[in-house]
Design a protein around this ligand. Structure first.
Ligand code: SF4
Ligand code: SF4
Length: 209
């Protein structure tokens, strides 16, 4: 087991949190076809196996947590489809959470700079905490798809002009339901006997375009 060679506290923390888990990966690649970001980008660094390797190397101090690891981890959707596909049970979710924690630690010591940093701060501070804004964004995206702008943007390669996180997100965006459908509550089935709790189920949605 090799300890971090860079001696950085971030590498050390990553080593302690996730190095053992990264060692469980046998590099077989069975997870690759299950990964939507690998499917859309076709790069090893956008695959579960590639991200696991990057986390391992960052934990060993062989690469920088912010410069080399943050972007590939940022582009991971966190769907964990790779975890289900993995024949040896690599705990990808655990590795991802550890990497995110360490990247957040590293980020907190530096102000957000550049388009990516500003976009992230804007989304986290001004979008996610506000359900109405999220709903409005969902409506705009639905309109964008409904009017066929998504197909046009891909056909004319306009999506390549989007900042990378947005461009990649656009590629894996599922078709959205109309605002009327999304805002409608499902069928409410009353409890049989004494009501003990409220339970909600999300129906399965096909993500094929
Ligand atoms: S969590 Fe999803 S997007 Fe991330 S590596 Fe696994 S399959 Fe790919
Ligand atoms: S995460 Fe699992 S499926 Fe993917 S390369 Fe490693 S061992 Fe193979």
């Amino acid at each position: 087991m090799s300890r971090p060679v860079g001696g950085g506290t971030h590498s050390q923390k990553l080593f302690d949190l996730a190095h053992d888990a990264t060692n469980q990966c046998v590099q077989c690649g069975y997870c690759l076809p299950a990964c939507p970001t690998y499917e859309s980008m076709g790069k090893e660094t956008a695959s579960p196996r590639g991200r696991i390797n990057l986390v391992k190397m960052a934990a060993e101090g062989k690469m920088d947590v912010q410069q080399d690891l943050a972007k590939p981890i940022d582009l991971c959707l966190g769907c964990r489809a790779c975890e289900v596909a993995c024949p040896v049970g690599v705990p990808y979710g655990h590795i991802l959470e550890a990497a995110k924690e360490v990247i957040a630690d590293a980020d907190s010591s530096q102000p957000s700079t550049g388009l990516r940093g500003k976009l992230k701060t804007m989304i986290l501070s001004h979008l996610f905490p506000y359900p109405r804004r999220l709903r409005a964004l969902g409506n705009l995206v639905w309109l964008y798809q409904k009017l066929g702008f998504d197909k046009l943007a891909r056909k004319t390669r306009l999506t390549q002009l989007f900042p990378e996180p947005l461009g990649q997100f656009e590629k894996v965006l599922p078709p959205l339901e109309s605002p009327a459908k999304r805002n409608k509550w499902g069928t409410i089935i009353p409890a049989k006997g004494e009501k003990k709790a409220r339970v909600a189920f999300f129906p399965a949605v096909s993500w094929t375009r």
